[in-house]
Design a protein around this ligand. Structure first.
Ligand code: SAM
Length: 186
């Protein structure tokens, strides 16, 4: 059983992330993706970013944790939600954009490459993928939860020729320059 498959893990995460959301990243996303475009969020967690994204775009939320999905659905019965693993993304739907904020570091580098290949398949033509990562040299494992950390060059290698890189920048979430975001075009 994974960290996010228990009420305890989910509660612990929500407490830890209380004062963070992706508002600043979503402003950047809006420069690349027109209003009302369809957006799939991978790893929506408690849905803070989903709420902000929904103000501009047509949102589908997803997570591999049923607990997060059930909790959000209870508060938002009309939300369009899918139970998806960010690696396999098993859906027959397609989207104009795929967004995640601090999710894809929970998978291995190999699986990140698989995820990018799958994202490409379910993006509409010229579709945009937007993702954020922790930036550091050393991977970590916290209570069975993997934190794969990246530098710009390592990330570029994994993106390879799956996408055109429209923008890739270092930013600060908690400690100076601790994060990277990428904007990719199919
Ligand atoms: C940092 S939280 C995301 C928070 C979210 N951006 C928000 O606005 O609150 C990470 C989320 O990724 C999910 N997650 C981790 N690995 C995943 C995977 N392989 N597939 C799908 N979701 C995953 C976790 O269940 C958790 O909800």
């Amino acid at each position: 059983m994974g960290f996010f498959d228990t009420e305890k893990g989910v509660d612990e995460y929500i407490k830890m992330a209380e004062s963070y959301d992706g508002a600043e990243l979503i402003k950047i996303l809006q420069e690349f993706v027109p209003e009302n475009s369809t957006v799939l969020e991978l790893g929506m967690g408690p849905g803070k970013d989903l709420d902000i994204l929904s103000e501009t775009f047509t949102l589908t939320g997803s997570d591999y944790s049923q607990i997060f999905l059930d909790r959000y659905k209870k508060q938002n019965p009309n939300a369009d939600l899918l139970k998806l693993d960010a690696v396999t993304i098993l859906t027959d739907r397609t989207f104009d954009c795929i967004y995640s904020n601090k999710v894809l570091h929970h998978i291995t580098r190999e699986d990140l490459n698989r995820s990018f290949q799958r994202q490409k398949e379910i993006l509409n033509s010229n579709g945009i993928a937007f993702h954020s990562f922790w930036r550091e040299d050393k991977d970590e494992n916290y209570d069975g939860l993997l934190f794969t950390k990246y530098q710009i060059d390592g990330l570029k290698k994994i993106i390879g020729d799956n996408f055109d890189i429209l923008s890739m920048s270092i930013y600060t979430e908690i400690e100076k320059d601790d994060s990277i975001y990428v904007v990719l075009r199919k």
